[in-house]
Write a protein of this length. Structure first.
Length: 78
């Protein structure tokens, strides 16, 4: 059974980096049709990692300030 007029759409947006089929040709289920350029997603992951490192540094600084403040409070209360 041959299906005609089927429209394929990616789950994510992006530019096509490589096309593996003839657009007018037939494809089979699970066949790789195209590969998308993933540079934008790689950049987003790198930015997220950098943001995470900044947040971890701020957390470490805040925890250090908390310890200092707790020690100062303990001296005042005693």
């Amino acid at each position: 059974m041959v299906h005609k007029g089927f429209v394929a759409a990616p789950k994510v947006s992006g530019r096509i980096e490589q096309l593996h089929v003839d657009l007018a040709g037939s494809v089979v289920q699970r066949q790789l049709v195209a590969e998308l350029d993933n540079a934008e997603y790689e950049q987003a992951v790198a930015q997220a990692r950098a943001d995470l490192m900044v947040v971890k540094a701020h957390l470490a600084e805040t925890q250090s300030l908390l310890k200092i403040t707790q020690r100062e409070l303990a001296r005042v209360v005693v």
